[in-house]
Design a protein around this ligand. Sequence first.
Ligand code: 5AD
Ligand code: SF4
Length: 463
Amino acid sequence: MSQQPRYFIKTYGCQMNERDSEIMAGQLDQMGYQPAASDRDADLIVINTCAVRGSAEEHAFGYIGQLRQLKDERPGMTLAVAGCMAQEAGTIAWLKKHAPQVDLVFGTHNMHQLPEMLDRAAESDEMVVDVWQSAGEVVEHLPSRRKDGVRAFVNIIYGCDKFCTYCIVPFTRGRERSREMEPIIEEVRALADEGYQDITVLGQNVNSYGHDLEPARDLADLLVELEKVDGVRWLRYTTPHPRDFSQKLIDAIADSQKITRHVHLPVQAGSNPILKRMNRKYTKEAYLDLIERVKLKIPDASLTTDIIVGFPGETEADFEETLDVVRRVRYDSAFTFIYSARERTPAARWEGRDPVPNQVKKDRLNRLMALQYQISLEANEQLVGKQELVLVEGVSKKNDRVWACRTHNNKVVLIDRDPAEDLIDRFVPVRITGAKTFYLTGQQAGRPVSPPSPRRRVELPMV
Ligand code: 5AD
Ligand code: SF4
């Protein structure tokens, strides 16, 4: 090929998937590929899939279906399906039956072998399927192409050992494996040297970090070390599990200047019998006690959560317990989901026997969201008049006279924009002047506290 081949990666799902896509992009760069502006310009399309809920899978299946036409027009191009869905036997069967246009299928555990798998796919007339059932050793020093800007994700632990009964993650991502602390610190130092200032350490169960290392380590130990890296301004971690959220971690956050005062603690449900059947390993009382300890030590923390409604067998009284938790904690915001049965999980069998009717699920979701929206608005109103440091993310999609910014605890703040000054990727002090359910409004209250980013982003965020 005279021109360099181009790739396009479509990513569904969580930050772990986004990070995997950055590593795939890094490998493709090394192979001499270039990023394509869109799927229509690409010689290789990789679809990095998410299996956490049925809706995510349907989007990916829909997209794979659409690509059939593209492949018919340009039979020389390569289509690859990767990620969590590829770990499911049902997906492979579906692809073989309905998507013969796909050339390569690989899972979450062998992504680091992308170059070699592409070679095999090029030589084969059949769909090449290479999915490992379990993970090998943690692989260090993989190339990666990170997003431009000042935010970077860093993996610290892979997999999940918790086996919540609704969750497919332990099956698609395997058992927990922590990275050693040294290479993580080196990676963060290198990122800070490149100008990244907003670092998020990642794990499906991020606060299980280090229990499998020799000697054992924990997330608080790691964050305290990362805090020492010059140039890092904000340090985040996602996603923690309430069961492993230790007092040591609470104290480390309280004492830190850099760990953001945003505590995301997925509660999933409020009723003890449901929590037990979800295998969450805590009670409503233990969870509320944890929240009290967080509020005591970090009074300015913003609290967020994940909640599932309509778990098999959830009664009205069970659901009321969930509402009760929301009223007591008063989260800043919550991600709310309708239960979705996942292949191979224990709860999927219970869903067959004792499902909550669809209409009841939807009704509960609406009631939960109405309550949370009211609380989110009231929480945002408390911030009016306060001064906050925000990261300017880009021009608002709805109004080009407005900058869309984010606070350290992930709240969107819209401020007036002077078109003569480029503030993208800068940290700027603002005064909060107004509150809505999903965002705040504010005014710039001083000069940016950070220099222009060496890697200014080209694309604008979606707000
Ligand atoms: N159905 C609905 N929501 C789910 N989640 C995980 N598995 C399911 C499922 N089977 C939600 C949980 C988790 C978030 C990432 O996705 O709330 O915290
Ligand atoms: Fe899934 Fe539970 Fe592990 Fe979270 S902790 S990834 S919900 S099994």
